[in-house]
Design a protein around this ligand. Structure first.
Ligand code: UDX
Length: 435
């Protein structure tokens, strides 16, 4: 089966390479010429473990290729996956302009029956609108079916998640088109992955409801962590004990500096917007966003609690990406924390194993030093703040770091250190939700 994938971001590239690995012939399309040129050489434009190997392996096998020519790619394909971005508008709603642009290009390019599959996260009703748009503008009188097939992969473990998903969701009206998409995922079907076959609206909502629920779980444990600090309880034990109840589950109960990334904040806001639009405001999610924005300032408040006024103080920040194993800094707590430290007068040195360039691109005018290593970031610092739980930060040479620092203050926003061990080395330690 020939497949075209439009959009080579995380979702498009991982899905394209993954489907090629399932044995399909996949051609990935992007209008960014430079990106396609790099991909044709097997170079991935972002950091994602295992992806480069998967792409190269399938390119060498002749199953995966890249082009900027959408028309030619669509001509060869029976199935076209739309994997373009749906970033937030200023009012929180999803910006569907890239989806619309692709729809109009498809309407122009269609020469035969196609199954159009939306993998991008889109508001409920978008796929129905997409079909109308294509039908209205198509040049040739050919039939198309539209399928909603949301993607649940996480950055940092995207390849693993695509190859071993918890479930595959396929929404649509045409049994024929559903069968075709189901066939693409046959290796997963054979491995007994649950398949949810449903209508378009339900499939679209499953994605938003899942992300919003997970974001709520994180915001909830962050609030409990803050409460623990006031009451002398230990949130790590609270979360562990809660997690043994299978109705709650242990995952996504790790408190931190607030959730970020390209999905949670955007999807929660889009769902809030859609709720308001249809007269069903989802108040719990409005609170989640508000809570998360406040949570991002905890790091700064903790630094002030330890150091007093920050002006004239040196602060080291470890971790700029919104989570480990990615260079992505979109909505990362670091984008709030670092400028706020600077605004309050601290001089800040930052370090991240892979996200420094991305961070600089987002905040080019921010006056901070980029350190070549955690040790260099810590040199002369009055406090060291850990924002992201990169494995590299779990095994820092704390004895050496203490010698380099002006004052041994460790603010561990991911609770990756044992407080007693760090205190025994002579640090003042502040975790999150425990003392
Ligand atoms: C998320 C969803 O998990 C994925 O299914 C969807 O397809 C896209 O959005 P991703 O954004 O890659 O994936 O990251 P995820 O691992 O879910 O983490 C999101 C944010 O929540 C991160 O900032 C992370 O640090 C934070 N988080 C997560 C916590 O603070 N505590 C937790 O216990 C879990």
């Amino acid at each position: 089966m020939h497949i075209a994938v439009i959009g080579t971001g995380y979702v498009g590239l991982v899905s394209g390479a993954g489907m090629a690995d399932f044995g399909m012939k996949v051609i990935c399309v992007d209008k960014d010429k430079e990106k396609i040129k790099q991909l044709q050489k097997g170079r991935i434009p972002f950091y994602e473990p295992g992806l480069e190997d998967l792409v190269r392996k399938n390119m060498e096998a002749g199953r995966l290729s890249f082009t900027t020519d959408l028309k030619a790619a669509v001509k060869q394909a029976l199935v076209v996956f739309i994997c373009v971005g749906t970033p937030p508008n200023p009012d929180g709603s999803a910006d569907l302009s890239q989806i619309k642009e692709v729809a109009l290009s498809l309407a122009e390019a269609l020469d035969d029956y196609k199954v159009i599959v939306t993998k991008s996260t889109v508001p409920v009703g978008t796929n129905r609108w997409l079909k109308r748009l294509i039908d209205e503008h198509k040049k040739n009188k050919v039939a198309v079916d539209v399928i909603s097939n949301p993607e649940f992969l996480r950055e940092g473990s995207a390849v693993e998640d695509f190859m071993h998903p918890d479930r595959v969701v396929i929404g649509g009206e045409s049994a024929y088109a559903i069968a075709i998409v189901k066939d693409i995922y046959r290796p997963l079907y054979l491995a007994e992955t649950p398949f949810i076959i449903t209508n378009l609206e339900t499939a679209e909502l499953i994605k938003y409801a899942s992300n919003a629920f997970l974001a709520t779980k994180v915001a909830f444990i962050n609030e409990i962590a803050n409460l623990c600090e006031k009451l002398g309880a230990d949130v790590t034990v609270v979360a562990r004990a809660m997690g043994f109840d299978p109705r709650i589950g242990r995952k996504f109960l790790n408190p931190g500096p607030g959730f970020g990334g390209s999905c949670f904040p955007k999807d929660v806001k889009a769902l809030i917007h859609q709720g308001r639009e249809v007269g069903e405001p989802i108040r719990i999610l409005e609170a989640v966003i508000e809570s998360n924005e406040r949570q991002k300032l905890r790091a700064v408040e903790k630094a002030e609690a330890l150091l007093g006024k920050l002006s004239g103080k040196k602060v080291a920040v470890l971790g700029l990406s919104f989570k480990p194993n990615t260079s992505d800094v979109r909505e990362s707590p670091a984008l709030t924390v670092v400028p706020e430290l600077v605004r309050r007068g601290a001089s800040v040195r930052v370090y991240d194993p892979v996200a420094q360039e991305e961070f600089r691109r987002w905040l080019p005018d921010l006056k901070v030093d980029y350190a070549p290593s955690p040790l260099e970031a810590a040199r002369g610092a009055h406090a060291l703040i850990i924002l992201t739980e990169w494995n590299e930060f779990r095994f820092l040479d704390l004895a050496e770091i203490k010698k380099l620092m002006a004052e041994p203050n460790l603010i561990d926003l991911r609770n990756i250190y044992e407080p007693e061990m760090v205190k025994a080395l002579g640090f003042r330690y502040t975790g999150i939700g425990r003392s």
